[in-house]
Design a protein around this ligand. Sequence first.
Ligand code: ADP
Length: 259
Amino acid sequence: MLLEINDVRFAYHSSDVLKDISFKASGGEVIGILGKNGCGKTTLMKCINAHLEPHAGCVMIDGKDVSKTTKRELAKTMAVVAQHVNLSFPFTVLETVMMGLYPTSEWMRPPSDEEMERILEAMESTGVTDFASRSVTELSGGERQRVLISRALVQDPRIFLMDEPTLHLDINHQFNLMELVVRLAREKNMLVIVVTHDITLAARYCDRVLLMEKGEIVGSGRTEDVITVDNLEKVFSVRADVSYDERICGLSVTFLGKK
Ligand code: ADP
């Protein structure tokens, strides 16, 4: 599976929010998209999942333009955990996760044995099994987030897009989620793309990072080549220590303060 972002431009009004964004990614990778508020990360995610159509350029999956793909077809390939998802109907957690089987239809049929296994596995992996029969309207922010991640996993996607997935999660669930996405990438050859403000988690778990500034990619490559002292100072105006830490087998970032 190959995802290609080719010279994508997008503007909400007159000024460009995305300016000639290009990159390629394939199954098995965890990619982090980092950048300050308003630099265009969410807009880029929305172009990738065909929620927005680029004004120029295109997003292709295995050579096919996503804007020319039906919603049903796209849902078989891509699952999205967006920010600000409205869960206002009092469905149970189990019913909500089950909806991942029917991402484009309003109705539910009983799941097959294999599908039920997938549902239970997804719930187990995010730790929501214990409250399967509770209403989603009564959950905490972090619990809802984990339910939404389970629902997306049930789609069994090739590409998993997540916008700020760790935002409401306590530290234990943050590690749990990041370890889960790395496992999905490695074992299921999934492409995971994570938009995040959590530079520390991205440094530790992402294989590659795209650093955005004002609608452009200003750094792209292996995590250790992009999350550097210089780049953090340039893009976020912060001073930091960045080093490989063998205890976590990854990159460790300590923020020292503002520039
Ligand atoms: P990020 O996710 O990096 O914080 P966004 O992609 O949400 O950034 O936003 C990029 C820019 O586009 C910001 O200046 C934001 O104010 C603007 N923007 C986002 N959504 C809309 C919208 N629906 N209408 C107009 N401007 C928007």
